[in-house]
Design a protein around this ligand. Structure first.
Ligand code: SF4
Ligand code: SF4
Length: 311
């Protein structure tokens, strides 16, 4: 079986046909010091108690440890800006309004593999979406899909930071690789100024002066606390700003997100369902959150967050 060399344009056409909003291809050479930043993030303890983030460091940086002989990382984006916002007692981050992006992107990545195999029957690739140790934002940046903004997220010129990322790591080389875009944040610091917990100010802004890699201090971030923190109570000085799952404050103010294309239709029926979750009992919560990112938290966490949300 031979390893085919991929036509970059045909891979991108296939990605668009599958329904991805953007696709870029990066050479799979390990991330450089300048692109990395992960060790500094860990050294500062910004991962809080997410011990899993300390594992597979080498693999996150070098995809050939994930897929032997990896030559290319095909990166795809799926936008999620909703057509309207939910209201109500317990706010939910927008990325979690609809189907769990892990499930949706994984399904689409398999469709993309099948589509590429129509032209290259010997094509092999490993699909990745968050559950595999790979530094997705850094690979998206290298694949020319955007830059790492002061909000520490990938910012795509059309989708803003309202996009989820998936990858195919493959031993196939491509005939053309993409190159990173210039950082478009300029003098803007709206996200850092808007964060009620200064999770970006101390860490991100300093790092931003030196590299392309702003750092988020998870210890100060409401998104970390509402989702990953399993403690019975949350630190009293963490402001949740009405959120019971995640936090969008630093993204809502981003000028790129304000002009981003709507990519998800939040129906009135789903909106009502999300708004009713504030008072849902455990069974109703499980039913309404199945196959969504909300299923990552337990009902007890939901209640804890809801009760602390006004702070
Ligand atoms: S998600 Fe919320 S708490 Fe975390 S950095 Fe953004 S604004 Fe701050
Ligand atoms: S709000 Fe401004 S600084 Fe923050 S990510 Fe968006 S453009 Fe960059």
């Amino acid at each position: 079986m031979s390893v085919p060399t991929l036509s970059s344009s045909s891979v991108k056409e296939a990605a668009a046909a599958v329904g991805f909003d953007a696709c870029g291809i990066a050479a799979a050479a390990p991330l450089t010091e300048e692109e990395w930043g992960y060790d500094e993030w860990l050294r500062n303890g910004y991962q809080a108690d997410m011990a899993f983030m300390e594992q597979h460091r080498d693999m996150r940086r070098d995809p050939s440890l994930l897929v032997p002989g990896a030559q290319s990382v095909i990166v795809v984006l799926l936008g999620y800006k909703p057509s309207q916002h939910m209201q109500g007692e317990a706010r939910i981050a927008q990325y979690a309004y609809g189907e769990d992006y892990h499930e949706r992107i994984k399904r689409m990545l398999y469709q993309l593999i099948a589509a590429i195999r129509q032209r290259y029957p010997d094509f092999e690739a490993k699909p990745c979406v968050d559950t595999v140790p790979i530094s997705d934002k850094q690979w998206a940046r290298r694949a020319g899909l955007g830059w790492i903004g002061r909000n520490t997220l990938l910012v795509n010129p059309s989708l803003g930071s309202y996009c989820n990322i998936g990858e195919l790591v493959t031993p196939s080389p491509a005939d053309l690789y993409d190159t990173p875009l210039e950082n478009g944040c300029g003098d803007c610091r709206a996200c850092a100024d808007a964060c009620p917990n200064k999770a970006l100010t101390h860490s991100s802004i300093q790092a931003f002066k030196h590299s392309q890699i702003p750092l988020l201090d998870a210890n100060r971030c409401a998104s970390y606390h509402t989702i990953e923190n399993r403690a019975e109570t949350l630190p009293p000085d963490i402001h949740l700003s009405g959120y019971a799952f995640g936090c969008d404050i630093c993204q809502l103010v981003c000028p790129y997100n304000q002009t981003a294309a709507v990519r998800y239709t939040l129906t009135d029926e789903r909106k009502s369902q999300l708004e009713a979750l504030a008072d849902a009992d455990p069974a109703a919560f499980r039913r309404a959150t199945k196959h969504t990112a909300l299923s990552r938290i337990r009902h007890t966490q939901w209640l804890r967050n809801r009760n602390q949300r006004e702070t």
